[in-house]
Each structure stands twice: as C-alpha cells, then as structure tokens.
Design a protein around this ligand. Structure first.
Ligand SMILES: *Cc1c(COP(=O)(O)O)cnc(C)c1O
Length: 397
C-alpha cells in the first residue's frame, strides 16, 4: 500500500509530491479550504496572512483569470485587481446593487446590453434608483443630463446590434460634471479596441463569456475598479449576490485568454473584409461596420478606436423577415445562435431575440428591420466566410 493511500474509503488520498511544477494551471474545485487552527483563520480574515476559505469569496482559478484580464485592461495598481463572477450579468448586478443606493440617479446609454437595460428599467426602480436613458452618440445629451448630479454613468463603447459608437469623451466629461462614477461595459470592444481605465473610467466590466474566453463554453464575468473603496463594495456584493465563477470555467477562460489577442486581430480583419464583401452583394440593403466610411459614427470611431473597429458586423437584407429566414436556413455552416465572440462566426436576428420586446416602430427607429442580421465574426479563413455569405445571401434574394 502506498503512503498516499487513504485510511478509509471515505478519506481522500494525499496528493503526490513533485519537485517539478505543471506547465498548465491546475484546477482547484475545492469549495472550502482547511486552515491550521482558529487563530490561523483569524489571521487570514484579518489580512495578516493570505489564504482561501470559501470559494464564493475567492478561489485560485478566479484570481489567476482575473489577473490575466487585469493585465489586458491595465487596471490601476491601487484598485487591487479584478473580481470574477459566474456571468457578465453577475458583474453588472454587483455594480448596480453594490454601488448604488435608494435615491440615487443613474445616467445610462439607451443602447446597452438588453439584460442590463432590463435590470435598469425593471429592478432598479424597486430599490428607489432612477435611471435616465440618453442617446450615447449625442454629446449634447450627455452634457444636458450631467447638469443634475448623478451617482453613476453607465456606457458601452459600441452598441448592439447597430454598432453605433458612443461619444466616450462626452460620457467622461458628464461623469466629471455630475460627480458620477464612470462605468464602462467593455465586452464588445475589449481592451484590444479601447482601454477604459486610460480614458477616465472608474469601473470596467466584461462578459468574459464572449471574446475573452472566446469558445462559447464558459459563462463568466469580470469587474475591476480604480479605487480600493469601490472594489471593497464590489467584493461585498460578490459575496452576497453569489454569482460565483466556476473554477472549471475560469480554467477554460484562462486558456482562452492566452490566444485572445491573436483571435481578436484575426476576427477583426475578417470583420472588415466581410463588411466590404457584404456591401457588394445584391439583396444586401446596407452593410454596417464602424470601419466603413458610410457608417454614421465612422469619424468618431476612427478617432476613438484608432483603427480598431471590432469584430462585429451587421447587415440588412432588402427582403425583410422572409429573406432573413431564407438566409439563416441557407447559412448551414454559420450557427444561428445569439451570442458573440466565439472562434466561429455566429449569426443573430435581433428582432426575434435581443430586441423582441421592442415594438416594430421602436426597432425601426434604431434601424433594426425584420431583415436585420448581426454577425459575430470568427477566425475562419476569410475566403470561407465570403463564399458562405455569398451563397446564403443569394438564397435570400
Ligand atoms: C453578454 C453580455 C453581457 C452579459 O453577460 P453574460 O455572461 O451573458 O451574463 C453584458 N454586457 C454585454 C455587452 C454583453 O454582450
């Protein structure tokens, strides 16, 4: 019997000793950690020693992944590093519930991620928190809203699904003028496109589920703050909300982050080429991409993003809903699956998914027709994508 053998079938074996270390990170699924004695636990909780106690508060896989994302986002040293959540919405919840209080006023972009908008319209009012929604591309709207004090400004750089580019300089100025915390959800743009902490953001968050993890196999969120006091509140909210990041998902995402830069650059080059290709196809009414000169925010996107126009493309088929259905059915190799940031190109149809709660007029005001298709561009060979889109669009004419 080896000396690692347990003394009882219900006792765990002792891990083997090794003087060499693994190259790939281990996974630590342990929910609870064992301390030497009660004094040792006190020392840990009082910050005199470093150790883990309970996975909802922290675990090594979450910390390692957070550190990797911190480096990408350039989290200010004083902020103390990012926190992981079991989803992007876990991070959004911690920001809204952990940093706001009854009587507070929020100024938010009216084109945020759908579930964030829902939380702001359905849930925050129940806690006595008011939200004023504004057009994020309109500098004057930011300035006007900022004349009344606010607790938080919440923005995304590139909107879903019309890919409008927010006036982030105006948003920052509004945060300063109104005394608000400046919160940026950087999921679509990623630190490869824009690093919010370098542009005055106080809090930055991600749905790591999307581009950072990149393989549609892990659901995770991340949030970091500039100020340690703000981080403290987010950490407290994390423990109470309990949207704990799974160690296995963190491990998968850590692996995904290793290739994030390569994936992003490839997907972005594909997106630019695909948008130009779509614009040449009969039956395509409009190809939407911030890098195209015909995009309404092209100039601002150029100045703000310095050529990093992103991995998302949208287009409108002239034939409405019937054309959208025909296109989706013909695009056999392109999954019709409403997420983004996967290695593979994914299609979504906002009128039947993210924007189904809006009225038809409300959608049309945003330019979302029944023939509107959003494309999360992947890392395939560009010739493959051009061929597949040509074939599927031809089937929809
Ligand atoms: C997907 C997404 C979220 C929510 O993230 P989940 O991981 O799905 O909870 C938040 N913001 C943006 C911009 C997103 O795309």
């Amino acid at each position: 019997m080896s000396d690692r053998a347990p003394s009882d079938p219900a006792r765990r074996p002792t891990p083997p000793a090794s003087v060499s270390r693994p190259v790939a990170s281990p996974i630590w699924p342990s929910v609870v950690w064992r301390a030497e004695d009660a004094d040792a636990l006190d020392a840990q909780y009082e910050g005199r020693t470093r150790g883990y106690a309970y996975a909802r508060e922290s675990h090594p896989n979450a910390e390692m992944l957070a550190a990797a994302i911190d480096a990408l986002e350039g989290v200010p040293e004083a902020g103390g590093g990012g926190l992981m959540f079991g989803s992007g919405m876990g991070a959004v919840s911690a920001v809204l519930l952990g940093l706001l209080k009854s009587g507070d006023r929020v100024i938010a972009s009216n084109q945020l991620y759908g579930r964030t908008l829902r939380m702001m319209t359905q849930d925050l009012p129940r806690f006595g928190i008011g939200v004023e929604f504004i057009d994020p591309t309109d500098a004057a709207a930011w300035a006007t809203a900022a004349r009344t004090p606010a607790a938080m400004i919440f923005a995304e750089v590139v909107s879903n699904p019309t890919l409008r580019v927010a006036d982030m300089e105006a948003a920052r100025a509004a945060a300063q003028a109104s005394g608000a915390l400046f919160v940026v959800d950087n999921t679509f743009t990623t630190p490869r496109g824009w690093r919010p902490f370098e542009h005055g953001a106080d809090v930055v968050l991600h749905s790591v589920t999307k581009l950072l993890a990149g393989h549609s196999d892990a659901t995770l969120g991340w949030v970091a703050a500039r100020d340690p006091g703000v981080r403290e509140k987010l950490f407290a909210a994390q423990g109470s909300i309990g949207a704990t990041a799974s160690p296995f998902d963190c491990w998968l995402a850590e692996r995904g982050v290793l290739s994030f830069g390569l994936r992003y650059d490839r997907a972005e080059a594909n997106a630019s080429a695909l948008a130009d290709h779509l614009a040449t196809l009969p039956g395509v009414e409009a190809a939407i991409y911030p890098g195209r000169p015909d995009h309404p925010d092209h100039n601002r996107a150029g100045a703000l993003l310095q050529g990093r126009f992103g991995t998302m493309v949208a287009f409108r088929l002239a034939g409405g809903r019937a054309a959208a259905n025909a296109f989706i059915r013909a695009a056999e190799q392109l999954p019709f699956a409403p997420s983004l940031g996967d290695v593979q190109t994914l299609l979504s149809h906002p009128p039947s998914s993210s924007h189904r709660a809006l009225t038809e007029e409300g959608r049309l005001a945003l330019g979302i027709t029944q023939g509107f298709i959003r494309v999360s561009v992947g890392i395939e060979e560009i010739e493959t994508l051009k061929r597949e889109f040509s074939t599927a669009v031809a089937a929809a004419v």
